[in-house]
Design a protein around this ligand. Structure first.
Ligand code: GH3
Ligand code: MG
Ligand code: MG
Ligand code: MG
Length: 326
């Protein structure tokens, strides 16, 4: 009955069986129509856990449980208008409470109901009359498991973020761009829509590093990224292409619209001097931009799409910088 240590991924047994006077940082919701029983649970748990909320109405509990972030929900099996199983499956069907541990309280040892409870997603159960130390042990177990799962989820999320985002500017990195460009091209070809690509390179960026230091250069890169992202659509893909080069892929955008967008970005960067943090000065920065229009044949080799934009960027540099070339 219940869960073993193996199932919770090696959370130490000592911590589960820890009955010291320590208060755990847990937020627990108790749903029980029986005010006496609810009070009894409250009295036991309040000595061990930071926050216990008691609700008697299952409807209200559903609302509150979804709105506030609980580490554990303890629900009675019987209610006058519904039953604990239904409440449990409702919690499971909501994204906010999909992974919230649920403990079911059963008035008597009704095996078929308990099996059903586990079936609809309850994590564990307790039988009444309640045994104080069993209540604490089972609540402890679920709270620890929740902590452990949250940590895993967070870890996974961070790893995915790290592999596709550039840590300095927080926009997509080259790896993400390379992995997605072909799909975007394919999609545009299939839908017979236009697609444009711009490469933006900061002019004389080496001078910023040389004159103001690498940190100032980094701050400037962040500000450039900010100005670009503020002037493109959410459907456009912005990525850091190289050290001080950015690339923007713009679906449903022909060359002349892309030129308009690029000119807007160029002007916004050239017009407003950059504040160099800690240097007590500002610096005027310009960028050069090359734009290419997607051709159906780019699907054979999407590098050609990038190479064309890069050629125009080179032209922009050679014809005086601070300009857009298509
Ligand atoms: P232009 O493009 O106008 O020809 O001149 P530039 O000086 O910008 O060109 P170049 O490509 O030769 O130099 C780019 C410089 O960008 C070199 C490198 O030190 C700097 N850089 C690249 N990545 C970073 C970064 O992450 N942080 C900082 N601070 N500098 C970087
Ligand atoms: Mg460069
Ligand atoms: Mg360069
Ligand atoms: Mg440059």
């Amino acid at each position: 009955r219940g869960e073993t240590n193996a199932e919770i991924g090696g959370v130490a047994e000592s911590s589960i069986m820890d009955y010291s006077n320590q208060i755990f940082d847990a937020n627990i919701l108790v749903v029980d129509e029986d005010t006496f029983q609810a009070e009894q649970i409250h009295n036991v748990l309040k000595q061990r856990f930071r926050s216990i909320k008691i609700l008697h109405d299952p409807k209200e509990a559903l609302k509150v449980g979804i709105k506030d972030n609980y580490d554990l929900i303890i629900s009675d099996m019987q209610f006058s208008k519904t039953d604990g199983l239904r409440l449990c499956s409702k919690f499971r069907s909501k994204v906010e409470t999909r992974y919230t541990p649920i403990l079911i309280l059963s008035e008597d040892y009704d095996k078929s109901n308990l099996v059903k409870a586990l079936d609809v997603g309850a994590n564990d159960y307790l039988t009444v009359p309640l045994d104080e130390s069993e209540l604490i042990a089972r609540v402890n177990l679920q709270v620890k498991r929740k902590r452990y799962q949250d940590a895993l989820r967070m870890n996974l999320f961070n790893n995915v973020e790290m592999s596709i985002k550039d840590p300095l500017t927080n926009c997509y990195n080259r790896r993400y761009f390379d992995a997605h460009l072909r799909n975007i091209v394919k999609d545009s070809v299939e839908k017979d829509r236009s697609l444009s690509l711009m490469i933006l390179d900061i002019d004389y960026f080496k001078m910023v590093n040389d004159n103001f230091g690498h940190n100032a250069g980094d701050e400037l890169l962040k500000e450039i990224q900010k100005r670009i992202s503020e002037n493109i659509r959410v459907t456009d893909l912005l990525a850091r292409f190289g050290g001080e080069e950015f690339v923007v892929v713009m679906p449903d955008t022909n060359v002349s619209d892309a030129y308009t967008i690029a000119e807007r970005i160029r002007k916004i960067i050239a017009k407003e001097p950059f504040i160099l943090v800690g240097k007590n000065t500002t610096h005027n920065v310009t960028v050069s931009i090359g734009i290419s229009a997607m051709q159906r044949s780019d699907l054979d080799d999407v590098k050609k799409f990038i190479v064309r934009a890069d050629k125009y960027l080179y032209k922009a540099k050679n014809s005086g910088r601070n300009r857009v070339v298509t």
